[in-house]
Design a protein around this ligand. Structure first.
Ligand code: SF4
Length: 428
């Protein structure tokens, strides 16, 4: 199988040793509470109780949009003035709120206490609170905690903190044989497709983490290897590695090429022969290549800048360069985990300007100088950038939309072509 390298950009590949522009300013991104929006949809018997302020409640309610009218699987225990002033005992208040919630909602099998800036400011120890409440409510409900606070986490780091909190609860696997753990929240439809492909390749023993039900948490053992399906899970990966689970290093399953390479790493680890792999993946890969090609017509040669937001920036940059033949100007990411990103970095053109962290004024100056055709950025920056005449794409859409795997490759390409098409229509 061949790697799709843009012909017109036949330049040196490899950003592994490229110097990175390190930015030290304030981050213009959502906090880690945002992860609740996709995590609560995934783990269907879990409840996320944010221990925070009205601001935190507004954030997740507005980010969740219309979903708040559905049966909620998240809520906020509001820390009010009495708690902040130390008049009320915040632990007693929390115990009362949790008891009322669990009495009312017996369907909750896993309760996450999610820390916020206010809970950190008043130094409410949610780890101890979770232990105390867990003793009280087990076996009906397991109680865990993690931080989604803006002081400690940005945007997608909330999922990392949540999954890292779950790792110690994974049981030891009793079934013999090599086992693959796929780590990172994926839409159910993507899981089903990847699962079917793995089976077709001959890999039968695999689990997705997190699972759809907390009562079906995967067990892990000495024969388990893991692969990340999302790039922002450095702490979770570290925790799994500390338990002796080997991480298979691979590009992320974005686009026809990324998905093929990701599956190929799994195939190699499980000793699947090349012909069998080719037979299992040829048809969906070709479908993906054709659907991406339709968008390439629009995007080939167009320049793009990624501002730091979701940590998906580097894999997405590889996709738009490799498969849509776009020209990378700057690829910014909130954090650059070199080990996790190594297979991605080696496929970026070596001329790519990489930046880590945020320094908004400097980044805007560089956008003004570069004049990219498209900027992928956080929600808060899109309007000001559009007002300056730029075309933008919200990076949060790339987190919320199912974009992994062969069948989603065309949709992923469409997320980049649509804003440019819209701009053309407005100008015409
Ligand atoms: Fe704001 Fe902090 Fe609450 Fe996030 S956790 S909504 S940053 S106050």
């Amino acid at each position: 199988m061949s790697t799709m390298i843009p012909i017109q950009n036949a330049e040196a590949l490899g950003c592994t040793n490229t110097p990175v522009l390190s930015e030290k300013g304030q981050r213009e991104v959502f906090c880690g509470l945002t992860g609740i929006i996709w995590l609560h949809r995934k783990i269907q018997d879990a409840f996320f109780l944010v221990v925070g302020s009205r601001t935190c409640a507004h954030l997740i309610q507005s980010a969740a949009g219309v979903m708040i009218f559905a049966e909620p699987r998240f809520g906020t225990a509001i820390i009010d003035e009495r708690d902040l002033a130390g008049i009320a005992d915040a632990n007693d208040e929390l115990d009362r709120v949790v008891s009322e919630l669990l009495a009312r909602r017996q369907d909750i099998k896993l309760l996450f206490l999610v820390g916020s800036c206010p809970s950190e400011v008043i130094k409410l120890d949610l780890t101890r609170a979770a232990e105390r409440l867990g003793r009280q409510h087990m076996p009906q409900t397991r109680v865990l905690s993690y931080s989604g606070s803006g002081i400690e986490t940005t945007f997608t780091e909330g999922e990392d903190a949540c999954l890292a909190a779950l790792v110690p609860t994974l049981a030891t696997r009793s079934i013999r044989g090599k086992h693959l753990l796929i780590v990172g929240t994926l839409a159910d439809v993507v899981e089903d497709q990847l699962g079917a492909l793995l089976r077709k390749m001959g890999i039968e023993q695999f689990d997705f983490f997190p699972p759809r039900k907390s009562t079906a948490l995967p067990a892990i053992g000495p024969e388990t290897v893991c692969m990340l399906a999302q790039p922002f899970l450095a702490d979770t990966a570290k925790q799994l590695e500390a338990k002796g689970i080997k991480r298979l290093s691979a590009p992320f399953p974005l686009g026809a090429e990324g998905t093929t390479q990701w599956l190929q790493v799994a195939a190699q680890a499980f000793g699947i022969d090349a012909q069998h792999f080719e037979n299992a993946t040829r048809a969906p890969r070709q479908r993906a290549e054709q659907s991406v090609a339709r968008h390439r017509v629009q995007l080939e040669g167009k320049s793009i800048t990624f501002l730091p937001d979701s940590q998906l920036e580097i894999p997405l940059a590889r996709f738009v360069y490799q498969e849509l033949h776009m020209k990378l100007l700057e690829v910014g990411t909130p954090y650059l985990h070199r080990q996790i990103m190594a297979p991605e970095l080696e496929q970026l053109p070596s001329s790519t300007r990489l930046s880590e962290g945020q320094s908004l004024e400097l980044q805007l100056d560089r956008c003004d100088a570069d004049q990219p055709d498209l900027i992928v950025c956080g929600l808060g920056l899109a309007n000001p950038l559009e007002a300056r005449g730029f075309t933008t794409k919200w990076s949060i859409e790339l987190v919320f939309t199912p974009i992994q795997g062969y069948e989603q490759a065309g949709d992923l390409a469409g997320l980049f072509s649509r804003p440019l098409l819209r701009k053309l229509k407005l100008v015409a």
